[in-house]
Design a protein around this ligand. Structure first.
Ligand code: TXA
Ligand code: MG
Length: 356
């Protein structure tokens, strides 16, 4: 792909940035922008050419559909063929915010490349004000995957976007670091259940509380789970691809309390260093100070998976920058946002888990 000039709009010139980036989108270009979860790479969802440029810039497989971002919930009506009561309840409860709803698609509303030929469309209203202003000013639904090269950790800062996509996209709107740090929760309501296709910024507990008796919440089978091949459960095409991977080999150390995890991580790190590897450790603040390794990156207090989610992708990129070739990451309890955090950690580790 030909190298091109990638424009950078800094946070202190946000008004000008939104105006210019919106006009780039309106004329078929592709720009990265902040959302409350991670940075997205946006293009006019109605334009085959713009959507094609998104796939090309990322190196993304064409059968992995994109999320369509709109500025307000009312705009989902034009994209969906029907919206049921449970879906409406979730829209009311979580939009704007880190929830993506997979809805029956209204034929012709967006490019068939966005939906990868499926008869459903994934829609969300981002919880970041700059994102909504950009979409509103562009005047079109904006298809946007995470603004990373396919397979790499998602970007939580504008410099992550530039590291992956500089020269391949038209511009980056810098809104500072993103808040949630992991992607939106992808949900499809089907047969009386809200199926979580990808855990994310809205937790299963929050979904259940909002739905009340309207629908039960069905959580996703993880890769390697026997249940993963259950017939009838809806699937998200993206789930089969490798994701979020740092350059080093990563292992998640899970299954014990903080002290057992610390002992297991240190033993594994010592063994790898004795073999000459450069070892990085991702740890909760309580344990971080006690480790011996080439790099120790603190992810916040163990009781706050929100902080770890916010810090995870930047920490993985930091390990790459430090030339780390073995990463040991402490596992977290899978409650609340811990579920999405562990899902991303397992994927970044390619499923390598060490039981503490
Ligand atoms: O937080 C987020 O969701 C970020 C920001 C930029 O909005 N976006 C993001 O997009 O994570 P992406 O492309 O990296 O992930 C989209 C996920 C993929 O797992 C994809 O397979 C799934 O949504 N998806 C999209 N359309 C779908 C559909 N029609 N049915 C099922 N899954 C779908
Ligand atoms: Mg992604």
């Amino acid at each position: 792909m030909a190298t091109q000039q990638t424009k950078y709009w800094p946070p202190e010139r946000a008004d000008e940035g939104v105006r210019e980036a919106a006009s780039v989108l309106a004329s078929g270009g592709v720009v990265a922008f902040p959302t409350e979860t991670v940075y997205g790479l946006g293009g006019d969802a109605r334009s085959d050419a713009a959507v094609e440029r998104i796939f090309a810039a990322k190196g993304r497989p064409a059968d992995n559909p994109l999320i369509v971002h709109v500025a307000a919930a009312g705009e989902a009506e034009a994209l969906a063929a029907a919206i049921g009561p449970a879906e409406r309840r979730l829209m009311d409860a979580f939009w704007p915010g880190p929830l993506t709803l997979v809805l029956p698609a209204r034929p012709g509303a967006v490019s068939a490349r966005v939906t990868a030929g499926l008869d459903t469309v994934a829609v969300r209203v981002p919880g970041h004000e700059l994102a909504r202003r950009l979409i509103a000013a562009a005047g079109c639904p904006v298809a946007a995957p995470s603004a990373n090269r396919s397979g790499r950790p998602s970007p939580t800062r504008a410099d992550h976007v530039l590291a992956d996509l500089s020269g391949r996209i038209d511009g980056v709107l810098d809104g500072g670091p993103t808040g949630v740090g992991v992607e939106s929760t992808v949900v499809r309501v089907m047969d009386g259940a809200a199926h979580v296709l990808r855990p994310g910024g809205v937790t299963a507990e929050q979904l259940a509380a909002a739905l009340g008796g309207l629908a039960r919440v069905a959580s996703p089978p993880e890769a390697g789970d026997a249940a993963a091949s259950d017939a009838g459960a809806p699937r998200s095409p993206g789930v089969k691809y490798s994701h979020y991977a740092p350059q080093g080999v990563m292992v998640v150390v899970a299954g014990g309390d903080a002290a057992r995890i610390r002992a297991a991580v240190q033993a594994a790190a010592d063994a790898e260093r004795a073999r000459g590897a450069r070892v990085g450790i991702l740890a909760c603040d309580e344990n971080a100070g006690a480790y011996r390794a080439d790099a120790v990156l603190g992810l916040g207090p163990r009781a706050e998976p929100e902080r770890a989610a916010q810090a995870l992708y930047a920490a993985l990129r930091e390990c790459d920058a430090l030339g780390i070739d073995r990463i040991f990451a402490e596992g977290y309890p899978e409650r609340g946002l811990g579920a999405a955090l562990m899902n991303r950690m397992r994927k970044a580790a390619g499923g390598r888990i060490l039981k503490a």
